[in-house]
Write a protein that binds this ligand. Structure first.
Ligand code: AHR
Length: 524
């Protein structure tokens, strides 16, 4: 009678895992073997002038009733600070190639149009100074995308002088007059965005000739960025894996191999969304196991794409000087009913948390080449960290994954070998388990293990070579359903909960719930 009661109670709570027989997966981790550093920039974010991504999501204005600091929402800032956002890519996206920075400085802002995203007006109240204030408040670095599509090298060069120069030029005096005498830092510079499409529909050859000009003349003058911490220049790269995209990577990288002193790049961008089918038609909530499994299969294509473009880069840049920067990635679903389709509003479910973990693990495994990535997008747009509605704010399942991965920022990859087995549903088969391991900057070992299977728990048995493990504790993220979401009314449906592992005789044993993301640290 008592066990029946426990069973019913657990089922009502959605905790059915302990009642099922767990599949066993063995992991082998030799901590004496280490790989590349997982650059913290792979946890970067993307904030475009699109829908309520900036206006309402970040910027409410200083006269708003929503608590803010110089117009920037305090609740959003404090949530983002907690996930240690390394950099924010801004102002777009497609918006970047129609952005004219002078309209976003000074007391009189021009109202312009945002034809890409819903045809709304753009007040330009969130401009250079507001962006720099925002990233300063959250502790991130600037990744600025310059306008190659409809701007000029002169316009972009002057923007960089305005932001970064220290000498008393007219532009620097103007910056000081508008409140910032000290030069700003720009850590990353995107030379155009999707120049093969919304950024100007250029051929690779045409883009290359433009990119060389921008690379030559758009300089960072910040005295603190001359020797160390130099600004990284990121060229537009591929957006898929067909010949059109491999040609693009070939063209840019072949030219890079022969580049002279007068131009240079440090990164090649890659965009890859998990869409399922184009145009985006998968629902972001109210779906079942079929859509869950199809989307996970689709997201795992990221690995093949990285392999394909990395192989081309290796041909021309065997020393891996040019990083692959996946500066737009994430799930892109059908717009939520009733929303402006141009605002790219979607819900964010447990499926997205798992999708995020799988992609972050792929980037980490390719840490020698993938040294940056920016999920699209930070607030209220696509696979967001945060959803707001006026004064309300909710943190998404994806947010919690980014929080759980903080220990992996700049950690050193430790190779993991495992026989993951398969989770199958209909014609879809994907590995049942995915895992990474890394040592943080203090030498502590961290494991992330994702159980993709939405029905079966997994018993992990990890052999840990090279250390004497004593205990392991951490957090796990799961929820009753694959499409469970956090809402303003029920914000804690998908939140991490504590978990501990058994450590005995150099082996760590851990029970993973179905459809879960787990991060544990190992005490030595
Ligand atoms: O993130 C939305 C859009 O997707 C970006 O503006 C563009 O670069 C990409 O096509």
């Amino acid at each position: 009678m008592r066990s029946l009661f426990v069973c019913i109670t657990l089922t009502i709570m959605g905790i059915t895992a302990p009642m099922l027989a767990a599949q066993k997966v063995e992991l082998s981790i030799d901590t004496s073997k280490t790989g590349a550093k997982i650059n913290r920039n792979i946890f970067g974010q993307f904030a475009e002038h699109l829908g309520h991504g900036i206006y309402e999501g970040i910027w409410v204005g200083s006269d708003s009733k929503i608590p803010n600091t110089r117009g920037i929402r305090n609740d959003v800032v404090s949530a983002l600070k907690a996930i240690k956002v390394p950099n924010v890519r801004w102002p777009g996206g497609c918006f970047a190639d129609e952005y004219h920075w002078r309209k976003g400085i000074g007391p009189q802002r021009s109202v312009t149009l945002n034809p890409n995203w819903g045809g709304v007006t753009e007040p330009n109240t969130f401009g250079t100074h507001e962006f720099m204030d925002f990233i300063d408040q959250i502790g991130a670095e600037a990744y600025v995308s310059i306008n190659v599509g409809s701007g000029t090298p002169q316009e972009a060069a002057e923007w960089l002088e305005y932001m970064t120069a220290a000498a008393p030029t007219t532009l620097v005096k103007e910056r000081a007059a508008y409140g910032h005498p000290a030069p700003y830092k720009v850590a990353l510079l995107g030379i155009g965005n999707e120049s093969w499409d919304c950024g100007g529909n250029m051929t690779p050859e045409y883009y290359l000739s433009q990119m060389k000009i921008y690379s030559r003349f758009v300089r960072n003058f910040n005295p603190a960025q001359q020797e160390n911490q130099q600004m990284l220049k990121i060229a537009v790269g591929p957006g898929g894996d067909g010949p059109r995209w491999t040609d693009w990577t070939e063209t840019v990288m072949k030219a890079y191999q022969q580049h002279t002193w007068s131009w240079d790049i440090n990164g090649l961008s890659m965009h890859n969304y998990t869409v399922g089918h184009w145009p985006p038609s998968y629902a972001s909530v109210g779906f079942g196991e079929t859509e869950y499994s199809e989307i996970l299969k689709s997201t795992l294509e990221m690995e093949g794409l990285i392999n394909k473009h990395s192989a081309i880069m290796d041909k021309y840049d065997p020393d891996k000087k040019v990083a692959l920067i996946v500066d737009e990635w994430g799930a892109w679903y059908a717009p939520l009913q009733g929303s402006n389709p141009g605002f790219l509003v979607q819900q964010n479910s447990l499926r997205d948390a798992i999708l995020a973990a799988l992609n972050l693990n792929i980037f980490a495994r390719h840490a020698d080449r993938v040294r940056g990535a920016n999920i699209a997008q930070m607030v209220n747009v696509l696979q967001a960290m945060i959803i707001t509605d006026k004064e309300k704010m909710v943190l998404t399942p994806t947010y919690y994954v980014f929080k759980m991965y903080v220990p992996f920022h700049d950690a050193t990859l430790v190779p993991v070998s495992l026989d993951a087995g398969w989770y199958t549903h209909g014609s879809v088969a994907v590995p049942r388990v995915d895992a990474i391991a890394a040592k943080d900057t203090n030498g502590k070992l961290w494991l992330e293990i994702t159980n993709l299977d939405p029905n079966e728990p997994v018993e992990i048995e990890a052999s840990l070579g090279g250390i004497t493990a004593k205990a392991a504790t951490g957090e796990t993220l799961t929820a009753p359903k694959v499409d469970s979401v956090n809402t303003f009314g029920a914000a804690n449906t998908v939140v991490p909960r504590p978990i501990s592992a058994k450590v005995q005789g150099g082996k760590l044993t851990l029970n993973l719930e179905p459809k879960s993301v787990t991060v544990v640290s190992v005490e030595q």
